[in-house]
Each structure stands twice: as structure tokens, then as C-alpha cells.
Design a binder for this molecule. Structure first.
Ligand code: NAP
Length: 505
């Protein structure tokens, strides 16, 4: 019996975790297709000045490859990328990666029970299993501002930083005030002549501790090997115990965070007028909390202006706001986030009976465990719908998914060895029960309010976040539940193929 062939799409945190877990299950028949010439996903793409991680390195790392640097508490972008390269090398993943291969379409072949993948250069590949590991933050959201095409200066998104464009002495506009803006604005403020920060919504901001460990803690980590694990465990438990409670509307913790954030604002911004404009009007946590100690002091600098009037249009020489004021700039940086609710886009995915995933997800993306979509056999999603964490490191979810998927593939391999078709598909009932549970949990969170965020569709459907403990997600995904799946025989081997053509409504 031929081995189960697995195609992993994307060599970022998710794809590399999948590769390592497949190998741990003894599965070597996989290829990781990576559109770029390097691995790293979001940590390869986001090279803007100041790019780094606001989650401690010891938590922002795989459990199977613990972070052991006793100096770095919060990694910069180069350090995260370096970590991922080391993981790929140390776990023998690199030889499985096919760089420069962008998968543009995936289509399930009902008759043969396998997937055909189409690449940007016109090639095709086949696989029994497709693991989508393309991330939620991979498609830059560049707003369609009127007149943007007339702008004569340089304009680029934070995730597509133009390193050939020197900022020294320039007049720069940064559009957006999320986590990316909070890192890039302080990093470039010292170099530019004038900086306009266009804010549509103020964010809640908490201080970020120093990037390096205190020497005493560093010494402890260096000399007591078990201290690394204890530190990670403390970070994990704290996030589960404190932050999640705030997101689940615990009044005491919510008001504590609010007080801390307002105190941080007061300390960084002496001008009460500017402070008022920087005070959010929504519950803490509804949008992702920004962690920064230099954001407010930077906004308070003389040559930095926070513009809260809505942008009316872009002109050849700058940006005009709704009040008719025109600000001349020669550079526009779009720190405007990502098209997060589109998930696998721009790849087109076609499942059983020619059904398009984009159609199935028209009202908002949903997947059983965030991994399986009925009608799309052997398609396994990583970082799929409702699996982003608002309170803890998402690497934890990705690892849980990687383990689950590798176990599914092992199950398919054993079915194939026994002469059965290596095909599995979640039932609509399993998805419905799952989604009810997710929706019930979400209704009790701060995200359920009217505030907008990248966690929701334009219609307010919460498609991105997981509303419960991370440990619950880990438990629920640990092993594939046979009752949640059907195992249809491909038509070419099945006695009756009718089964394959029933697509749930
Ligand atoms: P984001 O959080 O989605 O923020 C986008 C910003 O752009 C918001 O302030 C948004 O305003 C504004 N915006 C969007 N469209 C606009 C328009 N047409 N006109 C004016 N303003 C507009 O994006 P991000 O800052 O890139 O961060 C995305 C996520 O990436 C983060 O939440 C985080 O999960 C991750 N990230 C993590 C780190 C880290 O340290 N771990 C660092 C950077 C990013 P509204 O709020 O009004 O929509």
C-alpha cells in the first residue's frame, strides 16, 4: 500500500509544527509547499522597524523545542525567525520544504479521493491529505482610500516594508494604531522630520516589560535548567487565570486592567487633550490589547501628531481629513492590519461535488475543532476559524492542531494498510455541536460587544477567536473522535459511490 501523501501549505509556525508532528508519527511522505524563498511566515514577512513579539519568548515557542536563551525575554523579529530556522534544521524538516511554490487552488477529486493542487506557475501536484497552514495574518489589508493611486511619494504596508526607502528627515503618515503601529511608530520617530499618526480608534495599551531579563533572573535561568520550564509554566497559567477571565467579562480583572492602562496613559501623555483622544471607548480586550512602553511617550513628542479626524482622501502630496485639513507627507505607512476573516484566501478550495469553500463560508468561516469542514474530506486547517487566542500564545493552539492532524494522518495510514480508503470527513452534526459550544462561549466574552476588531467579520460574526481555556482546546483536539467523522470510500474503490455525492446543506 502506498503511503498517505500529505501536502502542507505554508512553512510558518503552523506548517513547521505540522511537519515535526508528522515525523513523530513516523510519516515522511509529506511536502511543505512554501510560496516564498524562505520559511517563517509572518515572521519572515514583517520586517518593519521595531518588529518583535509582545508575548514572552518562553511562551512564544513550541513545547517540543523549548526556548532556552536566558537573556531574551521578548524576542525581536530576527530572533523569532532564527528560532524557527533552528527548529526546521534540528528536526529535519528543511528537506521536505519546496520553496517558491505558491498553491493557488486545491480541488478534491471525488472519484479518486485525493486532492489536486495547482501552483502559481501552472504546475499541479496530488496529495491524499492537505494541511492548510497559511495563517490568519498573511493578507495585508490596504484600505482603498480615494486618491491613493495619485500619491507621488512612497506608500507601503507594514508587512511589506520598503527597506530601500530611507525615512530620515521625511514627513511620514502612519495609518492605524494597532500592535504593528505601536511597534513601528516609536522605532521610526527619532529619524523622521514629522510624523502623523492617523487614528480611527484608540486602543487599550499596557506597559511592556524590558526585552531582556533582569540579570538576576538571567543568572537563575542560566544556572538552573528547570527554571526555564517553570517560567514557561508560570506564564501559561497566568494567562489562563487572569487574562482569560478579563475577556470573559470578569468585572474585577477588567477594571484592574482598565486602571492600569489609564495610569499608563497618564504617565506617558501629559497633555489632557491628547489623553482624551487616546482613551478608548470600548471594553478592555474587545480589540487586542496593545503592549508597549514607548507608544505613548512617542505620541507626546513635539514633531508627532495624532490625527483623529477621519481620512477623506489621499492627494498627490499628502492626506486630507474630513475637516478639510491637508497634511503634506512624502511617505505613507499602512499599519492597517490584515484580511483576517478570509482565512485560506486567495487560494480557491473546492471540495466534494465541486463545492467551493468560499461559498460554504459565505456567512462566516466555521470548522469542527477549527480544523475540519464537512464536505472537504482530508482537508485539515491550522489556525482555522475560532482558534486564535486572545489571552495566551497561539503557538499552543497550533501545536495542539499539529498533534491532532498527525494523529488523523496516522489513522488514515492504518486504514490504508488495512485496505480501506484513506479518507475522513467531519460530519455536519459534529460541526453544528462544536459551533454551538463556541458561540455560547463567545456570547459571554468582551468580543460580543459592538466594537469592531480583526476577530470578526464586517457583519459582526466572531470567526477568529477561541473563547475558552487553552487547556480545553488541547483536550478536545488531542485525539480524533471517530464519532465525529465519516470514512467514505473513494469512488474508484467503493462498492457504492453515492455516499460521496451527498453534500450537506
Ligand atoms: P490591527 O490590530 O488590525 O490594526 C489595524 C489598525 O489600522 C487599526 O488601528 C485600525 O483601526 C486601522 N485601520 C484599518 N483600516 C483603516 C482605514 N481604512 N482607515 C483608518 N484606519 C484603519 O493590525 P496590526 O496592528 O497589524 O496587528 C494585527 C495583529 O497582528 C495583532 O492584533 C496581533 O495579533 C498581531 N501582531 C502581533 C504583534 C506581537 O508583538 N505579537 C505585533 C504586531 C502584530 P480600527 O481599530 O478602527 O479598525
Amino acid at each position: 500500500m502506498a503511503p498517505v501523501r500529505v501536502a502542507v501549505i505554508g512553512a510558518g509556525f503552523a506548517g513547521l509544527a505540522a511537519a515535526v508532528q508528522l515525523k513523530r508519527q513516523g510519516i515522511e511522505s509529506f511536502t511543505v509547499y512554501e510560496k516564498a524563498g524562505d520559511l517563517g511566515g509572518t515572521w519572515r514577512d514583517n520586517t518593519y522597524p521595531g518588529a518583535g513579539c509582545d508575548i514572552p519568548s518562553h511562551l512564544y515557542s513550541y513545547a517540543f523545542a523549548p526556548y532556552r536563551d536566558s537573556r531574551i525575554r521578548y524576542p525581536g523579529q530576527p530572533e523569532v525567525l532564527q528560532y524557527l530556522r533552528a527548529v526546521a534544521r534540528d528536526h529535519g524538516v528543511e528537506r521536505h520544504v519546496r520553496y517558491g511554490t505558491e498553491i493557488t487552488a486545491a480541488r478534491f477529486d471525488d472519484r479518486r479521493g485525493h486532492w489536486t493542487l495547482h501552483t502559481a506557475d501552472g504546475g499541479t501536484h496530488t496529495a491524499d491529505v492537505v494541511v492548510s497552514a497559511v495563517g490568519q495574518l498573511h493578507l495585508p489589508n490596504v484600505p482603498h482610500l480615494p486618491g491613493a493611486e495619485d500619491f507621488a511619494g512612497a506608500a507601503f504596508h507594514t508587512a511589506r516594508w520598503d527597506h530601500g526607502h530611507a525615512l530620515d528627515g521625511r514627513s511620514v503618515a502612519v495609518v492605524g494604531t494597532g500592535s504593528s503601529a505601536a511597534q513601528v511608530v516609536p522605532a521610526i520617530a527619532g529619524r523622521v522630520r514629522r510624523l502623523y499618526v492617523f487614528q480611527r480608534s484608540a486602543n487599550w495599551v499596557l506597559p511592556k516589560p524590558g526585552a531582556r531579563f533582569h540579570p538576576a533572573l538571567s543568572l537563575l535561568l542560566r544556572t538552573v535548567p528547570a527554571a526555564h520550564r517553570a517560567y514557561r509554566s508560570m506564564l501559561f497559567r497566568r494567562s489562563e487565570a487572569v487574562l482569560l477571565r478579563a475577556l470573559r467579562r470578569n468585572r474585577l480583572i477588567g477594571s484592574l486592567l482598565r486602571t492600569m492602562a489609564l495610569r499608563h496613559l497618564r504617565a506617558g501623555v501629559p497633555d489632557p487633550g491628547l489623553r482624551a483622544r487616546l482613551t478608548p471607548d470600548f471594553t478592555v480586550g474587545c480589540k487586542r490589547i496593545v503592549l508597549s512602553s514607548d507608544w505613548y511617550p512617542t505620541l507626546a513628542r513635539d514633531h508627532v501628531d495624532v490625527v483623529t479626524e477621519p481620512i477623506e482622501r489621499v492627494t498627490e502630496k499628502g492626506i486630507e481629513t474630513a475637516d478639510g485639513v491637508h497634511r503634506e507627507v512624502d511617505t505613507i505607512v499602512y499599519a492597517t492590519g490584515f484580511r483576517t476573516t478570509e482565512f485560506l484566501a486567495p487560494m480557491t478550495v473546492t471540495g466534494r461535488a465541486g463545492r467551493a469553500l468560499g461559498e460554504v463560508w459565505r456567512g462566516g468561516a466555521r470548522a469542527y475543532l477549527g480544523i475540519h469542514v464537512p464536505g472537504f474530506p482530508n482537508l485539515f486547517l491550522m489556525y482555522g476559524p475560532n482558534t486564535n487566542l486572545g489571552h495566551n500564545s497561539v503557538i499552543l493552539t497550533l501545536e495542539a492542531q499539529a498533534v491532532h492532524i498527525a494523529r488523523c494522518v496516522a489513522l488514515l495510514a492504518s486504514r490504508a494498510a488495512a485496505g480501506n480508503g484513506p479518507v475522513m470527513e467531519a460530519t455536519p452534526q459534529a460541526l453544528d455541536a462544536w459551533q454551538r459550544r463556541v458561540d455560547e462561549g463567545s456570547a459571554g466574552t468582551v468580543w460580543a460587544g459592538s466594537c469592531t476588531s480583526w476577530f470578526k467579520t464586517g457583519d459582526g460574526v466572531l470567526t477568529n477567536n477561541w473563547p475558552y481555556r487553552t487547556t480545553l482546546y488541547q483536550r478536545l483536539t488531542a485525539r480524533p473522535d471517530p464519532d465525529a467523522f465519516r470514512f467514505p470510500q473513494p469512488r474508484s474503490t467503493a462498492e457504492s459511490a453515492d455516499d460521496l455525492h451527498h453534500v450537506p446543506d
